[in-house]
Design a binder for this molecule. Structure first.
Ligand code: 8YV
Length: 322
């Protein structure tokens, strides 16, 4: 029996590539360089499935006109804003993602960023490595403690809730949240705000956990940054599209915020040059799900989706709308 051809657009953890080989005719990207539009289109035309990632821009131009051979794009990751779902639907391409398996890893990274910004960790490390540390002194790099402060969570999905629990139980923070579809479970985790403005005005730390959609694009701009407390911290481990980076650089430069911690950017892998020059922002290279457990879990979840699809079943994580 011929096995489905699966083009895997980036290197995956070894265990995942080995498992894929057991069931599929796998085409690996041994160089691990991102595929451009032409290479993605060739993959769509010559394979039965794509196992793709956030670095694959599957927009209408690339998905293009039918026919293609591929019938499913199994995304390695939970966010799918790099895939034009309506173009995928027009092409008859099923799209799946990998929810659940990266919740803990991403929540941990949001906590890491919160502490790094509040306690000025990277400023201290840079100073020490540059040989500029002159020794202990009472006024050296004083940051902000997080215990008892208000954490404002934007978007109470799996990751937002996990951050709420960690911040409340681990750091003793008080939780407020703003979300479009609140549940009773959310009420047990914190106080619901009626508007984003209310949350921004109350929170000492604002952490973004909303998906990138046309409604959430640049939801944090100049106006929203002005609504935040002057000594607040902004954390973004969701998607760069949510924040107007130019406006954030202005706010950080003017001292309108204590600081920011970013793991995602509007134009990855480019980072706004003005952010790169600021000391009160911690910048990480999209590491949210970068633990071995999460990345292997994501790979296995993508395989489960492919397996179900080619067995003629409904894939467990089919993205609605595609
Ligand atoms: C992934 C992510 O590493 O899952 C997501 O949405 O943002 C990341 O944690 C990335 O998307 C891989 O495709």
């Amino acid at each position: 029996m011929t096995r489905p051809i699966v083009t895997v657009t980036r290197r995956l953890p070894q265990a995942v590539e080995a498992e894929l080989r057991e069931e599929f005719d796998v085409r690996l990207n041994t160089d691990d360089l991102p595929l451009d539009a032409a290479a993605l289109r060739r993959a769509l035309e010559s394979s039965d499935a794509l196992l793709c990632t956030v670095t694959d821009r599957l927009d209408r131009a690339t998905l293009g006109p039918p026919p293609v051979r591929a019938r499913i794009a199994a995304n390695f990751g939970v966010g799918f804003n790099h895939i034009d779902l309506s173009a995928a639907r027009d092409l008859g391409l099923v799209v799946t993602n990998t929810p659940g398996v990266l919740t803990e890893a991403t929540a941990e990274l949001a906590m890491t960023l919160m502490l790094m910004v509040a306690r000025r960790v990277t400023e201290g490390e840079r100073e020490l490595r540059a040989g500029k540390w002159t020794g202990w002194r009472p006024t050296h790099l004083m940051g902000r403690g997080l215990g008892g402060r208000i954490l404002g969570i934007v978007g109470m999905g799996r990751i937002g809730r996990s951050v709420a629990r960690r911040a409340a139980n681990g750091l003793g923070m008080r939780i407020e949240y703003f979300t479009r579809t609140p549940t009773q479970e959310d009420d047990a985790l914190g106080r619901r705000c009626e508007s984003l403005a209310e949350l921004l005005a109350n929170a000492d730390v604002v952490s973004l956990h909303a998906p990138a959609t046309s409604e959430t694009k640049r939801m944090i701009g100049a106006k929203e940054l002005r609504q935040m407390k002057r000594d607040a911290v902004l954390i973004n481990t969701a998607r760069g599209d949510l924040v107007d980076e130019e406006a954030l650089a202005d706010a950080l430069l003017e001292g309108a915020l204590h600081g920011a911690g970013l793991d995602v950017y509007e134009h990855e892998p480019s980072v706004h040059p003005r952010l790169l020059r600021l000391d009160n922002v911690v910048l990480l290279p999209h590491l949210g799900s970068a633990t071995e457990d999460a990345r292997i879990g994501m790979g296995r979840r993508a395989i489960e989706n492919l397996r179900a699809f080619f067995a003629g079943k409904e894939p467990p994580d089919r993205v609605p709308g595609a």
